[in-house]
Design a protein around this ligand. Sequence first.
Ligand code: RFL
Ligand code: PHB
Length: 395
Amino acid sequence: MRTQVGIVGAGPAGLLLSHLLALRGIESIVVETRSRAYCEARQRAGVLECGSVQVLREAGLADRLDRLGLEHGGIYLQFGGQRRRIDFRDLTGGRTVTVYAQTEVVKDLIAARLAAGGAIEFEISDTEVAAVTTARPVLRYTGADGVRHEVTCDAIAGCDGFHGICRDAIPAGLRTVWESGYPYAWLGILADVPPSTDELIYCHHPAGFALHSLRSPQLSRLYLQVPPEEDIAAWPDDRIWAEMQRRFALPGWELKEGPVLEKGITPMRSFVCSPMRHGRLFLAGDAAHIVPPTGAKGLNLALADVTVLAGALISLLRDGRGELADAYSDSCLDRVWRATHFSWWMTTMLHATPGAGSLEAQLQLSQLRYVTSSRAAATSLAENYVGYRPAATPG
Ligand code: RFL
Ligand code: PHB
């Protein structure tokens, strides 16, 4: 088999890349270990930066996003018995974020690819990438029917997430990895209850961080800081709600409870791999970098990477020009490091470190008071949250 770009992974990165390439006449195949139903149901991110919304809109993928997405002009920071708003519109010249679940983004992308006759192979196994430093890299996999395939490509995009195989195709001696864990995890729930808030609430509390997010006017998404090795079995629904009530408590405000539709625990880490390119293999999204979710950056970075990558591959494969491909890694890593710092900063400002002395809490509270009272500090948070810097759609 022969295609121009072999794409490993049908997450947001791989799917958007195949779509952006198809819009410019570049052929690709997407291979994915999981089933379509699994990819469409996996509960993950919820916040799109304005640049991500613009890329999806310009690619003709925003029909449902424009109908169902909820535009938010700010967030609340809650700490020390008060809830203060950061006004993105005011601080960033009118920019906003949009709450629209990653599951919906993935559904839209899969539907658009299949409607356009795009090739997505689900439930494949034994993915291999080879000859990536030649002009004809090779992608091998076993299809759902058990048949082994070999696809000769012009380039391969490793969009296979943090646990994928593509990153390891860059020889260890040629890549540098920076990594750090955090001494806490998030317990996330999807609840069948209208949100109790009009904007997301990021809540600092001595017992640990909590986040009130949403999915629709009827569905709430909430998170609690828990110990990293916590067993979800230790958290029956009534314990989760009791802990939410304790952390979010504010006089005159009520947290509404409802049936818990889904729950799970997510560990946290910061991770960056450089370079994001080796020969004709290009990494994008979680395959190359991971951030803790407190800054709502992971999905947005994945979409930004492939927006840049699409431009680089179009230039390379259509016009025979390699400059953008050569610049790909550095131009993405600039944004990745900004988001890595922002996510680390939000995380360490808002979470309680187990065993930390009381000095830490005082420093966090001082930072929270500063960021909610100084226009300069609030602007820095706001411009990072809405997206610094957005990637432009390839021409
Ligand atoms: P994905 O989504 O992990 O997709 C990778 C795909 O590759 C497949 N795969 C393979 N396919 C073929 N062969 C192999 N050998 C393969 N190995 C793996 C996998 O099955 C999968 O389908 O990576 P991608 O596309 O880079 O997208 C990244 C985002 O999914 C991720 O960064 C975000 O979900 C992170 N994130 C958030 N990001 C935001 O921007 N805003 C948020 O509000 C936000 N909240 C979150 C989050 C992540 C969370 N979790 C669960 C980690 C909240 C949570 C709780
Ligand atoms: C979510 O809605 O899932 C969400 C929102 C904001 C975050 C992380 C996750 O920072």
